[in-house]
Design a protein around this ligand. Sequence first.
Ligand code: TYD
Ligand code: MG
Length: 479
Amino acid sequence: MARPQSRYVCQSCSESFLRWEGQCRSCGAWNSLVETIVREPSRAARSRPSAAGDPARPAPLAGLGDEELPRLPIGIGEFDRVLGGGLVPGSLILVGGEPGIGKSTLLLQAAAGIAGRPGSADGAVLYASGEESAGQLRLRASRLGLLSGPAGHGIRVVAETEIGRVVELARAERPSVVVVDSIQTAQVDELDGPAGSVGQVRESALRLMELAKHDGIAVVLVGHVTKDGTIAGPKTLEHLVDAVLALEGERYGALRLLRASKNRFGSTEEVGVFEMGERGLAELADPARAFLVEHESAAPGSVVAPTLEGTRPLLVEVQALGAPIAYGTPRRTASGLDPNRVSLLVAVLGRRAGIGLASHDVYANLAGGLSVDEPGLDLPVALALASSLRDRPIRPGTVAIGEVGLLGELRIVTGLERRLREAARLGFARAIVPRGSRGSHGTPGSSGSRESGPPDAPGLEVVTVGTLRDAIDAALEDV
Ligand code: TYD
Ligand code: MG
């Protein structure tokens, strides 16, 4: 069989060359040549069989069929929630995360979930591992208690990195799901570049996409994340796949968050919360309180915020510290929070609320390794900074949420009622929220006051404030 030829194609002018060079001789771009397979025309035709005899014809929007997506529930509630109800057959999913965060663990557990579904056949999942040997996989499986039971036969493992053979195996065994761990170790024989190179990653992903679409198999790719938090490999990988999920958390902490940054078959708002334990990742009974830390006594610099991740309220603890510096430029360090936002809040606190941090190092983070970027965290962060600088704790049992404007004014957040109900359920007694916040029962102009019905959460005293200064007065405990 003739070996398909590969060429080095410039990514900026698409000129192709026989050998790799550092600079494109046609357009002069540096490092733009990527090894690419020259495809025979027949192949493109083969991958689109329906298009040939049935030319696409526009259809009226209202006349489009109502597409009910078949789903393959994994059986891990939190994972299904993020996917939007389970894996869609024929879809290609990328699961990213830092090394050691638990991607292989999560996917082996997911594979076991699929293998354990009633009516699921032997070999329902093909797990192609390029990262670990069969022995290492066995070790993990035994730790997870998966060697016996349906997973023992339902999951077939192959230590294979060549994607051509993985695709052949999948076509022969016809599993419902193929897991490729990881796309950075995957390669195709036709290309000479090393595994992990742009050309190899892209070609491997393209072939797996063809397998997914053509054979109706759900394919899950594991992807490594680089230091700056993006999935290693070509950016096109993220455009190619149907969903991009990220497993986040602090490597040495126990909590893990699964989040979708792209999902063609569901919402990108939902998060799944897991805890890494002795027997892999476990779902939490009460995720809303997972990120709360119990303190012996009220600590200055700590504020609890009722955040909303998609439709799920999560209570998180914001911690801040302002430490005076003797000389030099003060540092602003944030983890789990947007550092620019923290700098801005430091400026607003100084100019609008009399909390001067110009000669202080400022540190702010979220407890538990969570990272949240909603603007509603402004008020809790500002209150935590004020509390730290004044060395006065926030009144016990208080939560706060709201966006802070440049003038020190507070702005309302969405879903307030849901957040406050959750805070009340977890035993909080008081909430500081922006003025103008309204519950579902509030109607403008009712009861004669300008503030119509504040949000209603049983057992919670709701304090509405208009400015950051008022919020600080309402929040800090008198000493
Ligand atoms: P792993 O799934 O190998 O991470 P990744 O594939 O993302 O690189 O998980 C690695 C870590 O998880 C490792 O440090 C050990 C820990 N772990 C547990 O704490 N409990 C378990 O049951 C398992 C299987 C792993
Ligand atoms: Mg792994």
